[in-house]
Design a protein around this ligand. Structure first.
Ligand code: AMP
Length: 197
């Protein structure tokens, strides 16, 4: 979607994981919370995104993955954007069953070199221990992708992220997709929403 729509894709989770790896100030503040599956403080995450989208690679707009995740984040971010004469134009809600999410997330891993994503059951490696795309033999699994932490994250989703939905609905920018659908159908649904925006 990034190339197709000329938008920069940013994931707040990935930005935070990079910050933890580099042990920046943000990384040190976020590390423990991320490991236990808790959300990091709203002001910290909003400041991080507000700064990042100033870069020239976001001049045409950005796709924000995993943000905003609370009503406070959405309100603070709205203020940041309106000061810059910008606004959220579309928010896509991925609807999926909690138990399916536990199964999907706990089975996922990625190539340590090219980043290709795999799943123990749904998308296994063709040759044991070797990346299909680049031949790499090292893989990554996120430490927080274990069933216990995933259930904790889902609990936070229901308690802290769902209450944000009426705010987005009121702005008429919230659209849903069926994240339980086949991957090609899901891609098509997302693309259609983006084209229509
Ligand atoms: P993700 O890669 O989106 O699953 O995020 C991984 C972890 O990073 C989350 O469990 C949180 O600890 C933290 N995180 C990512 N995005 C946010 C956000 N918008 N607000 C608070 N914490 C976040």
């Amino acid at each position: 979607m990034e190339e197709k729509f000329g938008l920069k894709a940013l994931s707040t989770g990935e930005m935070l994981r990079a910050a933890v790896e580099q042990q920046t100030e943000i990384g040190q503040q976020a590390e423990e919370r991320m490991a236990s599956g808790d959300l990091v403080p709203d002001d910290l995450i909003v400041a991080m995104v507000a700064e990042r989208i100033k870069a020239s690679d976001c001049a045409n707009g950005a796709i924000l993955d995993g943000f905003p995740r609370t009503l406070a984040q959405a309100e603070m971010f709205d203020e940041v954007l309106s000061k810059r004469n910008l606004a959220l134009s579309l928010v896509i809600l991925f609807e999926a069953d909690d138990e399916a999410m536990v199964e999907r997330i706990s089975g996922r891993f990625s190539c340590a070199s090219c980043g290709e994503g795999y799943h123990d059951i749904n998308k296994p490696l063709t040759r044991e221990g070797i990346c299909d795309v680049c031949g790499e033999k090292r893989f990554r699994r996120r430490a927080d992708d274990n069933p216990e932490t995933i259930r904790h994250r889902l609990g936070d989703y229901h308690a802290l992220t769902e209450p944000l939905l009426p705010f987005l609905r009121e702005k008429d920018i919230l659209k849903s997709v069926d994240a339980m659908a086949e991957i090609d159908d899901l891609k098509f649904a997302i693309e259609s929403l983006m084209k229509a925006t």
